[in-house]
Write a protein that binds this ligand. Structure first.
Ligand code: SF4
Length: 62
């Protein structure tokens, strides 16, 4: 089901349950961003900690 997109938060992670689905935006009011690194240096070091796996998404990360 499509959710109301928050146009302040662009996101292409459609496997997330919080994704608006009909547009490439998050549907949450706010998101929490963090890192799994002790010294993040590139964007790959940074995570959306509000991510929740959408149960309808069957594609696993390889
Ligand atoms: S919670 Fe994070 S990963 Fe999920 S749709 Fe929102 S911004 Fe994207």
């Amino acid at each position: 089901m499509n959710k109301q997109p928050n146009h302040c938060i662009k996101c292409t992670v459609v496997s997330c349950a919080n994704h608006a689905k009909n547009e490439n935006y998050c549907a949450l009011d706010t998101v929490s961003i963090g890192t799994h690194e002790c010294n993040p240096t590139v964007s790959q070091c940074v995570d959306c900690e509000s991510f929740v796996l959408d149960n309808k998404s069957h594609n696993s990360c390889k």
